[in-house]
Design a protein around this ligand. Sequence first.
Ligand SMILES: Nc1nc2c(ncn2[C@@H]2O[C@H](COP(=O)(O)OP(=O)(O)OP(=O)(O)O)[C@@H](O)[C@H]2O)c(=O)[nH]1
Ligand SMILES: [Mg+2]
Ligand SMILES: [Zn+2]
Length: 329
Amino acid sequence: MHPDDTQKSDILSTLGWSDSFSQQLTEDETTEHIGRVCSIHSVLLNVWGEFGKVQMPLPGNWLGGKAEAKPTVGDWLVLDKNKQYPVRMLDRKTVFVRRSPQNEKTVQLVAANLDTVFIVSSLNHDFSLSRLERYLALAIQCGAEPVIILTKADEADQPFTDACVADAKELYKDVPVIAVDSRADNTSKLLKDWCGQGHSIALVGSSGVGKSTLINTMMEEEVTLTGAIRDVDSKGRHTTSSRTLYIMPCGGTIMDVPGFRELQLPACEDGVKKVFHDIKEFIDKCAFVDCKHDQEPDCAVQQAIAAGLLTQRRVDNYHKLIEEQARTG
Ligand SMILES: Nc1nc2c(ncn2[C@@H]2O[C@H](COP(=O)(O)OP(=O)(O)OP(=O)(O)O)[C@@H](O)[C@H]2O)c(=O)[nH]1
Ligand SMILES: [Mg+2]
Ligand SMILES: [Zn+2]
């Protein structure tokens, strides 16, 4: 094999190309014409493949129709022979979706073909167990592995950090929770388990939590802008305005995502039920099948709260998220 060819095939595997995608190719389609969407600006797609990075417009006939049918950042595309336009999109392995902030009845695709979602929150005013549960439900629904990253550990008291880490760990099975200083070089080492060749990560969280700072650390160079936060409420100023996929020196990809102002759930009953699997076990033991877990007699959920096995906050958030995701258009 010519040395250039090795590099070419390496780039696809670095970008996350795997058997599940190559099996979707027809005999006429070769990896030479395959690319992964690394950013989108209005109707212009930046696509990365063996040919390098090329920009191409989204064909007009792709513009209408459902959001799910249009490419998002992280999607794999088959291009025409001159690599000027996409011909079709390959089936996704995973996709992170939220309810569109503009239109309640539609969804917005945030990122496709992720292996891991880094749910980023700061160890300050931003830390909220109920918000983490919301992100967990979406990450689990997406099919990617959730990892909770708690930033600004350098500015927090150790007892507060320890309590937040312990509380976050209890939210969902064995969810990894890692407290970091996003700016510190050794942070990359703490996250190395998720950075192998071809592994794909996206960072989600509120504005100002340090997603872009963490990306610059993982990239070992300043690839994306970071911004100051407001002192009063620790909130960010929405520095990152578009999603971009980068190749890390360790051989995986990482995607910067603008901070969410709000994160409304689309239909994701499965994700919510999995996050709250412990509550579900008690619900199944309630005396009445239609128990509202409020004032009913023999309510196993209320008994579990009284016994300290569940918190009222978690139960309330479960009901809120179940109702929210059921309001689909
Ligand atoms: N002390 C400390 N500061 C941090 C840490 N992470 C981020 N910052 C600072 O927090 C501010 C916001 O960081 P960004 O990386 O821009 O935040 P972001 O999550 O990308 O924000 P958006 O792009 O607006 O969504 C910057 O001033 C960073 O230097 C950290 O772990 N410790
Ligand atoms: Mg940012
Ligand atoms: Zn009940």
